[in-house]
Design a protein around this ligand. Structure first.
Ligand SMILES: CC(C)(COP(=O)(O)OP(=O)(O)OC[C@H]1O[C@@H](n2cnc3c(N)ncnc32)[C@H](O)[C@@H]1OP(=O)(O)O)[C@@H](O)C(=O)NCCC(=O)NCCS
Length: 178
């Protein structure tokens, strides 16, 4: 296993790739993958990624907007790429991208993406526990890391857990535009 820096963990440490083939039981009456099955796989890939980063059990706290751009057909193969973007206090944000192709790899296309938030749960107490920081290395990882705090504030406002006037990162962002 790759040794991790003392101040946190690299994104690559917990990156999770999952592949599934669409079988008859996964489809709706039109022969396309049911959205709910895709969301289940997205949740699993992200949970594995979050648990690897946190080295603990994790609970799904929220899922940001998911839209389905293109139907995925019976017999298609989908690949889910999940990676941690940022760790906060007891929670981590995970980005998952889904692509589809036929079984030979032909007709490749991006299907959808989403951000999941997981909370690390202490096995002994059952309460949220502190998570290790994320160390972003690539430009893409740095961009995801930077914007994550604004996404977090927005989802906490929508969940009724943060007052808009206390959303400091969003305030700073919009003030910079003035
Ligand atoms: C997620 C859960 C552990 C949060 O517990 P809580 O008592 O509300 O804890 P807190 O308010 O102290 O928040 C803990 C963390 O969760 C985050 N959080 C809470 N609600 C959130 C939401 N709706 N969206 C994103 N993050 C959320 C907080 O921001 C905090 O993160 P931080 O410490 O990094 O800042 C709790 O609500 C729970 O167990 N929910 C059920 C989880 C579950 O069963 N998931 C599967 C669904 S079937």
């Amino acid at each position: 296993m790759q040794e991790q820096p003392k101040e946190g963990k690299l994104v690559s440490y917990s990156k999770t790739i999952m592949t599934e083939m669409i079988m008859p039981n996964d489809t709706n009456p039109m022969g396309n993958l049911m959205g709910g099955y895709l969301m289940r796989w997205m949740d699993i890939a992200c949970a594995v990624c979050a648990a690897r980063h946190c080295e603990s059990q994790v609970a799904t706290a929220s899922v940001d907007h998911i839209s389905f751009h293109e139907p995925i057909r019976l017999g298609d193969v989908i690949t889910l790429n999940a990676q941690v973007t940022r760790a906060f206090n007891t929670s981590v944000e995970i980005f998952v991208e889904v692509s589809a192709s036929d079984i030979t790899g032909a007709n490749p296309r991006q299907s959808n993406h989403a951000y999941f938030t997981f909370v690390a749960i202490d096995r002994n107490t059952g309460h949220p526990m502190k998570v290790p920081p994320v160390i972003p290395i690539t430009n893409e990882e740095k961009k995801q890391f930077e914007v994550a705090s604004r996404r977090r504030e927005l989802r906490l406002i929508l969940a009724g857990k943060l007052k808009p006037e206390n959303a400091q990162e969003l305030r700073n962002f919009f003030t910079d535009f003035k």
